[in-house]
Ligand binder design. Structure first.
Ligand SMILES: NC(=O)c1ccc[n+]([C@@H]2O[C@H](COP(=O)([O-])OP(=O)(O)OC[C@H]3O[C@@H](n4cnc5c(N)ncnc54)[C@H](O)[C@@H]3O)[C@@H](O)[C@H]2O)c1
Length: 413
């Protein structure tokens, strides 16, 4: 079959690579010229394992273009453009609208972008000549291609039985559970999944503040809770809170959709508030002092990616910079607008406090000697992940929710 993909970001490019690997002919449309040039040279424009290799190995079945009309003869057209937050937190549909307005032949359109509940039904009314389905994407950055090749489930939302069945046939080859449902259910499954994970994180962060005050260890609590299969251990790590291009915007969009339906979602609202408070809480661990210098170990919103969209490092840096704290950062891949060091040691040199912001392997395994160049050897482990926490030697160590400088025992994980 022949597929078109509009928008070659994390989701679009992963979709394109997955379809190419499955033996299909694919046409990818990307409007951002530097991104398109990089793709045409056979390289992914961001850090994602395996994608550049697919672009090179399957070059014969991949066409890259900036012209949507080149997709006129495809069997299916996948839409994977961004849906960022507007100022008021609602979902900005500008890219979706613009992409659809450029499609000038009757198409079977599969929406892969995260869109508010009701969108696919609305688009079916606005563009009656196309047939729409929504297949929300659940990939995690840093392992986007692996997740597309082996997702934990595929959700297909369409009012058109024929299309649902055809898509179930295409995705059926992955051998994973498939949920065929209405578009609005599919849209809400995506939002609910992200909101649930974000809320799990906020729940533990709330408790980490209590653990700090009460003299308990949140990592041990998480281990104990996680043994209950109804709870599970994943997403129970307390720390600096969630960030990235999805959770913050999707939480806000969900609140906004609720408001449009004259509803409040108090759990979601509280989870957002707890996330904001957690970053301020970590910032508050650093005292007011003139000429204070803080080294961030890690900048990306999570390890394995160079994506800085809505990274907690930026919010944390803004908190500190408001107090005229000098901030320098190191990350193996990600870049930011503030001072950046080329090695952890360079970032730590002359710093008064180090904050472990992103739990990259390289950073959680930093030996105590790496902190030797600091003015005062103090580490705030904002991810509770430093491997030497049990035996910090001469580094003054403090985790989040880990008994505030008492016996900081790391989790058994
Ligand atoms: N990044 C993730 O981890 C992830 C996971 C699941 C779902 N999603 C959702 O998928 C969607 C895309 O996310 P992303 O992170 O891949 O976004 P992205 O910003 O990385 O990529 C979107 C791409 O679309 C391109 N584009 C915009 N308008 C276009 C047009 N008219 N024609 C051609 N190209 C166009 C942009 O230039 C950009 O390269 C969003 O709705 C997001 O919420 C993202």
């Amino acid at each position: 079959m022949k597929f078109g993909i509009i928008g070659l970001g994390y989701v679009g490019l992963a979709t394109l690579c997955g379809l190419a690997k499955a033996g299909h002919e694919v046409i990818g449309v990307e409007k951002d010229q530097p991104r398109l040039r990089r793709l045409m040279s056979g390289h992914a424009p961001f850090h994602e394992p395996g994608m550049s290799e697919v672009l090179q190995d399957y070059a014969d079945s991949i066409t890259l273009t900036d012209n949507t009309a080149d997709t006129n003869d495809v069997d299916y057209l996948f839409l994977a453009v961004g849906t960022p937050s507007k100022e008021d937190g609602s979902c900005d549909m500008t890219f979706v609208d613009a992409a659809l307005s450029e499609i000038n032949t009757k198409q079977k359109i599969v929406i892969r972008s995260t869109v508010p509940p009701g969108t696919t039904d609305l688009l079916s009314i606005m563009y009656p000549f196309h047939t729409f389905a929504i297949v929300p994407e659940f990939l995690q950055e840093g392992r986007a291609l692996a997740d597309v090749l082996k997702p934990n489930r595929v959700v297909i939302g369409s009012e058109n039985l024929e299309i649902s069945e055809e898509l179930a046939g295409i995705y059926g080859r992955l051998g994973v559970p498939i949920v065929c449902t209405t578009p609005i259910n599919a849209e809400l499954i995506k939002y609910a999944s992200n909101a649930f994970l974000a809320t799990k994180i906020s729940f533990m962060n709330d408790l980490s503040r209590l653990a700090d005050k009460a003299g308990a260890d949140i990592a041990t609590i998480a281990d104990g809770m996680g043994l209950d299969p109804r709870i599970g251990r994943s997403y129970l790590n307390a720390g600096l809170g969630y960030g990235g291009s999805c959770f913050p915007k999707d939480m806000n969009a969900l609140l906004n959709v609720a408001a449009e339906n004259e509803l409040d979602l108090p759990v979601i609202r509280a989870a957002i508030q707890a996330n904001d408070e957690q970053i301020a809480y970590v910032a508050s661990k650093i005292e007011h002092r003139p000429n204070l210098r803080v080294a961030f170990l890690g900048l990306a919103f999570k390890p394995g990616t160079d994506d800085m969209r809505d990274a907690p490092s930026i919010t944390l840096a803004n908190h500190l910079r408001l107090r005229e704290v000098e901030v320098v950062g190191y990350d193996p891949l990600a870049k930011w607008e503030y001072r950046q060091a080329l090695t952890p040691e360079e970032a730590l040199k002359g710093a008064d406090v180090a904050i472990l912001v992103t739990e990259w392997d390289e950073l959680v395994n930093l030996k105590p000697e790496a902190f030797a160049g600091m003015r005062t050897k103090r580490l705030i482990d904002a991810r509770n992940a430093w491997k030497y926490a049990r035996d910090p030697e001469d580094v003054e160590y403090e985790g989040v929710g880990r008994m505030q400088g008492k016996t900081n025992t790391p989790s058994s994980k």
